[in-house]
Design a protein around this ligand. Structure first.
Ligand code: IVH
Length: 677
């Protein structure tokens, strides 16, 4: 036997042994070896594969656990979007959250109750029951569209397949978090970076049998659509579904004050390490479901819930180098390359230094010993320098005044404060290769074109090979060149082609967001899409002679201010931006903006408010109009249909103007009647 066959022989024996132990462990639940013996076997297999590339071609290991996650699940629209949560990091953030809620609801002296629940660090999924029978199971996907992973979810024994209770609503959508227990993870950790990855990988197996090998668990935490709605509070909901057989986190608790929130937080943080699942904070939800629905959501997250994260994990390490990174808006961010250190279970080798001022203030130098921290999914950051450990020979760090592209950088002057901005920016836009590449990464990202298989790394790869230079190139990639690249095969190319073809069809608001105009996030992109309605009208901004007049009209839109208008003006004044956009638009089919709920009480009506109301805040009033198909304007003009006048300090001039224009004027009492309040 030659050397190669000997290695193959040893390798095959080890693989077979591993298969045997997997079977004993996963299927029979009676392991024959200790965890460390099992881990050692895994490591030996890994090492053999690392040293002998030819073993990978045998494709033996892949068949054991965790074949590469599949992207081929059927895409299904969620009955109701699966939103994410905004974060709080300290008591002040939590108090802000509470006062925002009070302000929105115009509540002064009542105490709001919150359901406090551990935030499980897993993978979210939603389960749809019709007449008590589980018949749909989806991953979160991009929040609007998920993937059909029902068969894999069904392998989780503790998920009820049928609810045995005559009173179960006809349509019941239960949302929860799938996770792997820490102890279970220890047994399979050689294959995955962390439990969350393992849970995700397992759920995305094409073959549910593979999923069933990895011991997944879940906690149900909320609902999507329920018809008929039979619950009044979140706590009542949780208690009921527990009776129906769902796993509910035992640490959920009702809290009533900022003090209780703090003490609960400290308590859960103190027991955190003893739990068999990873949590990264607590979720606080307004308990009363009526209040939840009054509060509603912004485009990304509900106003009635927040994730209060545990304080950041910290560690000391040494700065090896400081480099700069260029963002898609040209912002120059200094990044410390540090000696790799484990912070809260994750190996960190880069930490942000924020900006030039921050480096100067803390006098951070290459060679310094620094404390770094990592809070949840936020980028690790350098917190402080240990001056006592500083080497006398280190020199003050001089922040480069040039971008990586060689172009000059500038700090803008803030128009209102007249102060210099802390962030330096490269102003070359698409003419800077670094900015151009980041803009491409933004355009393919989840909230923008959402192109599966075209992530940041692939953009880097395609960019380096000059396969893409600007967004329109995405639609004319030379796949013959891709075929020869490492990591690409016929299947992955055909998947990529499909994903790109699909993205040709895009909604106007997504398109406006994807363009990447500074200060135009998802929420503003929606407002603008509502104003322009079609890509043809939006494109009028590209011509200088129209632009001024259009921009002047934008000031009427609630939510759009001078900052946004200046930014749109800057973006559109750059000819290169316009040329690039025009080439992109030619490749796309951009759908006209569809106002949801067009049939609402205020459909096609433009409304303005003046004065305050007793029963609700201005924000809630605005949100009600929008949910019911109307548009809220900020100034009086002929375009306005109704002026709604609150009893508390209305502006007289506005009422007079409205009278002159013969506009419908609605008083506070009449407003409540319209709303059936
Ligand atoms: S409530 C509208 N409760 O955290 C969103 N989420 O960033 C309502 N999560 O995608 C989510 N534990 O997957 C909620 N007790 C809990 C949770 C929880 C974990 C996850 C969830 C969501 C993410 C939000």
């Amino acid at each position: 036997m030659n050397q190669k066959s000997k290695i193959i022989d040893i390798y095959k024996k080890k693989i077979n042994l591993l298969k045997k132990h997997n079977k004993l462990y996963f299927n029979n639940d009676s392991p024959a070896v200790t965890d460390s013996e099992y881990d050692n076997l895994k490591k030996e297999i890994f090492n053999l594969e690392k040293k002998n590339n030819f073993l990978n071609k045998l494709n033996l290991n892949k068949k054991i656990i965790g074949s590469p996650p599949s992207n081929k699940f059927k895409k299904v629209k969620h009955l109701k979007p699966m939103l994410s949560l905004s974060n709080a990091f300290d008591k002040k953030d939590m108090n802000d959250f509470i006062s925002k809620i009070n302000n929105f609801l115009n509540i002064k002296n009542e105490k709001i109750e919150f359901s406090s629940e551990p935030k499980i660090d897993g993978i979210s999924a939603t389960l749809v029951y019709e007449n008590g029978v589980l018949n749909k199971g989806l991953s979160r996907g991009d929040g609007a569209i998920g993937e059909d992973i029902l068969e894999n979810l069904k392998t989780i024994r503790t998920i009820p397949k049928k609810i045995k209770d005559g009173n179960v609503p006809t349509l019941l959508e239960i949302r929860g978090e799938i996770y792997i227990g820490k102890k279970d993870f220890d047994k399979i950790k050689a294959n995955f970076a962390n439990p969350r990855n393992a849970a995700g990988g397992s759920l995305r197996q094409k073959n549910p049998k593979e999923t069933s090998k990895i011991p997944l668990k879940y906690f149900a935490y909320g609902f999507g659509v329920i018809k008929p709605m039979i619950f009044n509070t979140q706590t009542e909901f949780l208690a009921k579904i527990k009776k129906w057989g769902f796993s509910i986190n035992p640490l959920s608790k009702l809290v009533k004050s900022s003090e209780e929130i703090e003490s609960r937080h400290q308590y859960i943080d103190s027991v955190r390490s003893s739990l068999d699942y990873d949590i990264d904070g607590l979720v606080y939800k307004v308990n009363d479901l009526k209040l939840q629905s009054r509060l509603g959501s912004t485009s990304n997250s509900p106003r009635w819930a927040i994730a209060y994260k545990f304080s950041a994990e910290k560690a000391f390490t040494k700065i090896k180098d400081i480099v700069i990174q260029v963002g898609r808006t040209g912002a120059i961010t200094p990044v410390a390359k540090v000696e790799p250190v484990t912070v809260g279970g994750v190996v960190v080798s880069n930490a942000t230094l924020h900006n030039e001022d921050e480096i100067n203030r803390k006098d951070i130098r290459i060679g310094d010993t620094v404390q770094i921290q990592r809070a949840g999914d936020v980028i690790p950051q350098v917190v402080s320098v240990d001056q006592s450990k500083r080497d006398q020979n280190t020199k003050k760090y001089i922040f480069p005044d040039k971008c990586l592209c060689g172009g000059t950088t500038q700090k803008e002057i803030n128009k209102s404060t007249k102060k210099e901005d802390a962030v330096r920016r490269c102003l070359k836009g698409y003419d800077c290769d670094y900015i151009a590449k980041e803009k491409l990464k933004h355009i393919v990202s989840k909230d923008a074109f959402n192109i599966d298989g075209l992530g940041k790394k692939v953009i880097d790869q395609f960019w380096d090979l000059k396969l893409i230079r600007e967004p329109s190139d995405i639609f004319t990639i030379n796949y013959n060149k891709v075929e020869n690249l490492e990591g690409w095969g016929k299947l992955s190319i055909s998947n990529l082609k499909k994903a790109i073809d699909k993205s040709i069809n895009v909604e106007l608001d997504r398109f406006i967001f994807s363009v990447g105009i500074r200060h135009i996030g998802q929420e503003n992109a929606k407002i603008l899409a509502g104003f322009f309605q079609s890509i043809d009208k939006f494109s009028k901004l590209f011509y200088e002679k129209n632009r001024k007049i259009i921009l002047r009209n934008l000031i009427d839109l609630d939510g759009i201010g001078e900052i946004q208008i200046n930014s749109i003006n800057n973006f559109c004044s750059n000819n290169k931006n316009i040329e690039i956009l025009e080439r992109l638009i030619k490749k796309l089919k951009i759908n006209n903006f569809r106002t949801q709920n067009k049939k609402g009480k205020f459909s096609n009506k433009t409304i303005m408010f003046t004065g305050g109301f007793e029963k609700m805040s201005r924000s809630e009033a605005k949100s009600i109009v929008e949910i019911n198909g109307g548009k809220v304007l900020g100034t009086i003009s002929k375009k306005l249909d109704i002026l709604i006048v609150g009893n508390s300090k209305p502006t007289k001039k506005k009422v007079e103007q409205a009278k002159k224009l013969n506009m419908r004027i609605v008083k506070e009492s009449e407003w409540y009647k319209i709303l059936d309040l």
